[in-house]
Design a protein around this ligand. Structure first.
Ligand code: ATP
Ligand code: MG
Length: 433
């Protein structure tokens, strides 16, 4: 049979709204994640990892049927093997709570947890809004007091500071959603108010009027802002206990010098919140200005079939944080190797690789030139790598048991030679310098 010429295949593309994170940008992500890990250690939060895919009913029950996410943003599909209804997680909390209930993980007492997750929402992609994005998620499970609400806000402020942001870059808004009974009284007032102005409601709001009127307050429609501004405020329906909880959070924040504003319209996008809710917002990213949001969700464990368990948490959008750091001009240190190894002759390669292993063993980072090329080309790559030093494994030096050392960031420094037997010692001096 005659051989067919190979057919040229069309290149494939990533799914719309799902981004590749490539070097050098990925180094900024690693820098950010290292700051996050250090923060979690300082506050005693333990890492948790749960599956990306969960049964669809977890989110329908957990987030509420009349939320943006459940109504129109979930990537849901049928398992082709057994027909199960599955969803790519659109947020982190429901999965973590499911795991806690399933493993009875709070058996020995409350837990402080954090996670770094990819999440998926079918939204219109734009700056600061993608379909796969990343969240740093923090949860304190089994604590009822306002002290832990405040702790979580303090943590978030500490992270923002660690990243080089100030109060003029991000502001904190705080509110209380009270308890279910208080929300019911407010809900009745809200429905009456919106019914009286039915002609000014958009389609979304009309649909939500009787199913979830609180959500109308969360609208992003500019033409509804004045109407929503004058709506009955939940904070006016709170009883003594809810007000005391809010005041206790405020007292701690005030004592710690946290700047915030009470925003009675802040309701958050998910149904599971009660009492404390908060958002960190920036003016620098247009309408995608919320970089972090969170609050208390004491009802979620029961909602998902667990024992009543108080809980509080927040989620921070990593893409938006990196955009914000860019907009503010925060300098993120670039990572570069300590040493670029130049190998002008193939015959030196074996020795060069052995000594580069010695260097790496001593904690020095070494980028090894590969693929031959002229000295000039190798020096060009060495410069581009950002390395502090080039080690040149020339055949004559190697034959003498030496290697040439050049300080790349200091053109005035003369080239010198190191005995190969002394590279470990030189590496140690680098580490302590
Ligand atoms: P928004 O009102 O902007 O849609 P949200 O209330 O839906 O935000 P949360 O569910 O609270 O957002 O998620 C926590 C954080 O994740 C947000 O504060 C934001 O920084 C980020 N985030 C939310 N949706 C997206 C998205 N589609 N792309 C990138 N980041 C996002
Ligand atoms: Mg949203």
């Amino acid at each position: 049979m005659a051989e067919q010429p190979a057919k040229k295949l069309e290149p494939l593309h990533a799914v719309k709204g799902m981004n590749d994170i490539l070097p050098p940008d990925s180094a900024r992500w690693e820098w950010f994640e290292a700051k996050v890990r250090a923060l979690m250690a300082r506050y005693g939060y333990a890492n948790v990892r749960t599956p990306i895919v969960e049964p669809t009913p977890l989110f329908v029950r957990g987030l509420g049927e009349v939320t943006d996410i459940v109504e129109k943003e979930m990537y849901s599909f049928e398992d082709a093997m057994n027909g199960d209804r599955l969803t790519l997680r659109p947020e982190a909390t429901a999965g973590i709570v499911r795991a806690m209930i399933e493993h009875n993980a709070l058996y020995n007492g409350p837990l402080r947890l954090w996670s770094n997750v990819s999440v998926f929402r079918h939204e219109r992609p734009q700056k600061g809004r993608s379909r796969q994005f990343h969240q740093i998620d923090v949860e304190a499970l089994g604590f009822a007091g306002p002290d832990v609400d405040a702790e979580q806000i303090l943590m978030c402020r500490a992270l923002l500071r660690d990243l080089g942001l100030t109060d003029s870059d991000v502001r904190l808004e705080l509110n209380s959603l009270g308890q279910p009974a208080e929300r019911m009284a407010h809900r009745a007032a809200l429905i009456a108010y919106f019914e009286a102005h039915a002609d000014r409601l958009d389609e979304d709001a009309r649909r939500r009027l009787h199913s979830n009127p609180l959500r109308i307050l969360d609208t992003k429609n500019p033409s509804m802002q004045t109407l929503v501004e004058a709506a009955p405020k939940l904070i006016d329906f709170l009883g003594a206990a809810s007000l005391a909880h809010l005041q206790a959070v405020r007292d701690i924040l005030d004592a710690a010098g946290v700047v915030y504003r009470i925003n009675p319209r802040l309701v958050r996008g998910l149904d599971y919140y009660n009492l404390t809710v908060f958002e960190w917002i920036t003016e620098r990213l247009g309408s995608q200005g919320t970089v972090c949001g969170g609050g208390r969700y004491d009802g979620l464990f029961e909602q998902l079939g667990g024992k009543p368990t108080p809980a509080v948490g927040w989620g921070m959008g990593v893409e938006r944080m990196l955009l914000l750091l860019d907009a503010v001009g925060v300098a993120i240190p670039v990572t570069a190797p300590d040493v670029y190894a130049i190998v002008p002759a193939a015959g030196s390669l074996t020795v060069a690789m052995a000594y580069c292993e010695v260097l790496r063993g001593a904690g020095v980072s070494v980028l090894m030139h590969a693929g031959g090329h002229s000295m000039k080309a190798q020096f060009k790559r060495a410069d581009a790598s950002g390395a502090r030093f080039a080690l040149v494994f020339g055949p004559d030096e190697v034959a003498r048991g030496e290697v040439a050392l050049k300080a790349l960031r200091d053109p005035a420094a003369p080239q010198r030679t190191l005995p190969l037997a002394g590279v470990a010692e030189w590496a140690a001096s680098l580490r302590t310098a």
